[in-house]
Every structure is written in C-alpha cells, then in structure tokens.
Design a protein around this ligand. Sequence first.
Ligand code: TXA
Ligand code: MG
Length: 320
Amino acid sequence: MEIIGNPTRQEIKKAAQTLIDGHLVAFPTETVYGLGADATNETAVRRVYSVKGRPKNHPLIVHIASINHINFWVSEVSDYAIELARNFWPGPLTLIVKRSHRAKDFITGGQDNVALRVPSNNLAQSLLKEFENLGGNGIAAPSANRFRAVSPTTCEAVKEELGSYLFEQDLILNGGSSSVGVESTIVDCTNGAARILRPGAVTEEMIKIITDVQPQNFDLPKIRTSGAFESHYSPKAKVVLNGTPKKGDGFLALSSFATPTGAIRLASPTNLQAYAKELYEALRIGDRKGLKRIVALTPDGEGLALAIRDRLMKSAGSSD
Ligand code: TXA
Ligand code: MG
C-alpha cells in the first residue's frame, strides 16, 4: 500500500486509474475518510468488506461527483429528495433512494434502494471527477475503519486501522484532517416524507426548511444502518458517559468544563463544530495512550449535538 500526501493532479489521476483497475483507494471526505472501490466492480467491492471485516449484507454508500450522476444509480426519485440534493450537495448528506438495476446486490446488501452522496472535500471531488473522466460511475466507500471501530478522520488513523489489510497496489490519499469529523446525515427518501436514519452535520432543523421530516426512531431502524448495532464507533478503552473520571481516566468535554483532578484531558473543543471534528481523534489518542476508560461529557441540545451524542452513546455501547 502506498500513501500519497497532498496529491498532485497527476497523482489523483493515478488514484482514479487504480480504482478503475480494481484496487482500493482510501481518501478523505469532509466527514471521515472512506475506503473506496469502483461501485460497479464486484471483486473490488468484496475486498472492501474483507479489509473492513464487515458483514456482507451491510450496504455501502455510493459517492458521485455531482447530482448530474444520480440517474445511473436510481430508478425513481421523489421531488423532495431532489430538493435535498440541490440544497445540501456537495456536503455531508447521504440520500437513500430507489435503486436502478446498476446498483447491484453487492452494493445494496440485497435491498431495492441505494445510498448516494456527493462529498464536498476538494480531494474527494477531484478524485470523483478524474474517476468519471475515465468512465467510472461511482465510488463505493464506507468509513475506512475495521468493523465497529472508530471512523478515521486523518490519514494516520486510516493507516492504523487498515494498513495491515491493504495490498501493495492499494493507495491512501492524505488530505489532512476531515473538517466535519462525524459521518454524513443519512436520510431515507423512499417514502412519502424524509426520515433521518443517522444524524449528522446536516441537521433535522436544516432539512425541515426544505421538506417534512417523519418522526425518527433510532431504536427500531427499518433499514439496516450503523444505528442497528448496539456497539459501534468503539475505541479499545471503555467509554463512560457523563460520569466522574478516576485518576488516569481519559476526559473529553467542551472546554467550558474544567478537567477533574487526575484525569487526562483528550480534547477541549470550544464549540459543537470543534467537538464533532475532534471527537474520533480524541478517542484514538486515548487508545494510543493505552487508557482503560474514557469519560465523555455529552453536549446538550439539538442539531450537531444530537449527532455527537449519537456517536458517543454508540461508542459507549448503549443504544438509549
Ligand atoms: O460520511 C459518510 O457517510 C462516510 C464517508 C466516507 O462518506 N461513509 C460512511 O459509510 O459512513 P459507512 O458504510 O461506514 O456507513 C454508512 C451507513 C452504514 O451503516 C450502512 O448500513 C448505511 O449507511 N447504508 C448504506 N446504504 C444503505 C441503504 N441502501 N439503505 C440503508 N442504509 C444504508
Ligand atoms: Mg462506518
């Protein structure tokens, strides 16, 4: 596996060709790093599952360069889904829509819908454009971590997670740290009204300005998502929410909360955006330090606070 830092246009072309040739390319997006494969190449997509150690019926998000490329992947799409795409793409939003025959079972886990996203990260955009110039139609990319582990928001974290599972011709593109830091908002657009399956930086309040949103129930997802598992996004350390840290425990909270005596501060985000951006790296720092426990104070409120609480609750292995 080769790591390319701040890739030039030529190197991005090479990465696109690497995907066309059926190898894997990990790349940055504004949310987290993805492990990419040509979404029409079954062998390449199967390798994504084995590199991640992910169950085979767990569907993948197809990344495209712009809204102009949705027709390849969808059979029918509601007006409100188009409105959401127009308003929030490129950006941290994934739409679930009815699939066309080109979105095969090996992408959708056998479901008759497909997840699509247009990322805004410059490097991701350039890679998608070069890939499409070479005749590619979409890059399937789950977060570039082992199944149930913490999503990577830096190139170093991808190397830590997947370095020993990638092959010689696979690539990792280094584009610095992801600006949002938590995975995209997933919205199911296959029914009469939008339903949020995974909260993210495109918030319910933002979506409600565009279209109606069905009341959400994260406990009983009808479609398989990360939320269906109790323990996810988990570091090796035990994550404890809103407790009092003991001596030697890691501590993660907004900067307005002082570090309790004896605790090891892992991040001091000054606002919710910074909390989301630093969250996964803070959990990784705890693991690199070999900490047994990390106490995290969950932020209050709606919007991005909801996404942060969702990931922290899953890290802590609790689904409530
Ligand atoms: O921000 C993101 O969404 C990142 C970056 C790389 O784009 N990707 C990401 O992918 O988080 P992944 O595979 O780690 O999480 C996507 C979630 C999975 O839990 C999967 O089950 C769900 O989306 N999903 C994918 N396709 C789906 C579909 N057709 N129906 C329902 N859920 C789907
Ligand atoms: Mg993931």
